[in-house]
Design a binder for this molecule. Structure first.
Ligand code: NAD
Ligand code: MG
Length: 396
């Protein structure tokens, strides 16, 4: 019997210079027989993008910011690299949707990822979704587009990837007999810090995650547990579950990546070392399995793993997300937008850590009930909420 020859897959990585992007390249480097790189993209980091182009030889490299296009072109020319260089949002959307692309890794951080990610969805690409903010912002519009285009959507966020693996048949639409989902979260680097001392937390302290090495925005979101709140909204959309059926549990060791409890009392969990290459490899190869470069989990050397309830007084951002998960889309957009602004101001040392939930809550208080059925209305609500957040910060 002859073994059928598998067609190589063309991959675009949106946000290749970031933490998820680099981990994706690490996995792809192990499988040159299965994948070719079609495009790599970055916001402004042309130096890392140039290095990646020389190493991986994609057909296209795209910078969101046009200013650095000439230097990138120059560097690639000097290095004899034939990658074609493009810039701007239209180019980002184009390399996500091109007919030659099979798989898109959506790993841009924040709402900036919405348009290129949706562009991949509308073009029917297999989508590996790390960029949770784009899903949170666009909600049912995103999921309807996925449905309409018949897209294979693999969650890359480790918790959602775990849930996907724990659900019978792996497919979200088969989430039958589920009693609840337990989203695990480490609690971040400030889990044991006295609440009254949180006003003094520095950006470096907030970004010093005990188990995961990630970009700075998601690291701050992990310290406030906004990340888990966004993930709660993400899970309810991905798996068509009511937010009330999703429980957040603190699990400081980040070994159990999430769990599904069924009505018969069975609990199915996915475990592994905290390393994003596992969900990335799972998403890339699904329904197959491929090597990720991640070492085996050493059960006998693990020591104690434990779980505890979340103290919402310590994590008010999570409480805000629990409310927003049950409200119209305008609230999720406002929450995400205000958080992006507040986190940036905190990282620039312009507001204290504890102001983040205060800013978000005050933006939410001024939000009106509105559904958002078009991408333009989502972007308009996003911009409006960002303006309100900046105004609040300046008024403090
Ligand atoms: P990062 O900050 O390390 O990288 C972000 C990438 O997006 C970079 O390539 C950057 O150039 C690009 N980018 C930033 N702003 C842009 C803009 N305005 N336009 C176009 N490109 C832009 O972020 P990350 O930690 O890799 O996270 C990426 C996404 O994946 C986030 O949505 C995050 O929540 C999610 N995620 C990350 C991890 C992780 O381990 N890092 C885990 C789960 C989910
Ligand atoms: Mg996660």
């Amino acid at each position: 019997m002859t073994v059928p020859v598998r067609k190589k897959q063309n991959v675009t990585i949106l946000g290749s210079t970031g933490s998820v992007g680099v981990n994706t390249l690490d996995v792809l480097a192990l499988h040159p027989d299965r994948y070719d790189l079609y495009a790599l993209t970055a916001n402004s980091n042309w130096e890392t993008l140039a290095e990646q182009c020389c190493a991986f030889k994609p057909k296209f490299a795209v910078l969101k910011q046009r200013e650095n296009l000439p230097v990138l072109e120059d560097r690639l020319l000097q290095a004899g690299c034939k990658t074609k260089v493009l810039a701007g949002i239209d180019a980002l959307c184009a390399v996500a949707a091109d007919k030659d692309v099979d798989v898109v890794m959506a790993a841009i951080v924040g709402g900036a990822g919405l348009e290129p990610t949706l562009s991949a969805v509308n073009a029917g690409k297999k989508l590996l979704l790390a960029n949770k903010e784009s899903l949170v912002m666009s909600g049912s519009l995103f999921m309807e587009a996925v449905e309409q285009a018949g897209v294979i959507l693999l969650p890359i966020d480790s918790e959602h990837n775990a849930i996907y693996q724990c659900l019978a048949n792996g497919a979200p639409n088969h989430a039958t007999g589920v009693r609840k989902i337990m989203l695990t979260g480490s609690g971040g680097p400030l889990l044991r810090k006295p609440i009254e001392s949180l006003t003094k937390v520095t950006p470096d302290e907030a970004c010093a995650h005990p188990n995961w090495k990630m970009g700075r925005k998601i690291s701050v979101d992990s310290a406030t547990m906004m990340n888990k709140g966004l993930e709660l909204i993400e899970a309810s959309l991905l798996f068509s579950l009511s937010p009330q059926d999703i429980e957040v549990v603190i699990h400081p060791q980040s070994i159990v990546h999430s769990m599904v409890e069924y009505v018969d009392g069975s609990v199915v969990a996915q475990l592994g070392n905290p390393d994003m290459r596992t969900p990335i490899a799972h998403g890339l190869a699904w329904p197959d399995r491929i090597e990720s470069g991640v070492v085996s989990l050493d059960f006998t050397g693990l020591g104690k793993i434990h779980f505890e309830a979340v103290d919402l007084n310590r994590y008010p951002c999570l409480a805000l997300c629990q409310q927003v998960a049950c409200q119209p889309q305008s609230y999720a957009i406002a929450l995400n937008a205000a958080n992006e602004v507040a986190v940036q101001y905190f990282l620039n040392e312009l507001i204290p850590f504890t102001d983040i939930p205060i800013i978000i809550e005050s933006v939410l208080e001024q939000t009106s009930y509105e559904e958002a059925h078009t991408i333009d209305s989502i972007l308009a609500l996003d911009e409006e909420a960002k303006h309100r957040a900046v105004k609040k910060i300046r008024a403090r």
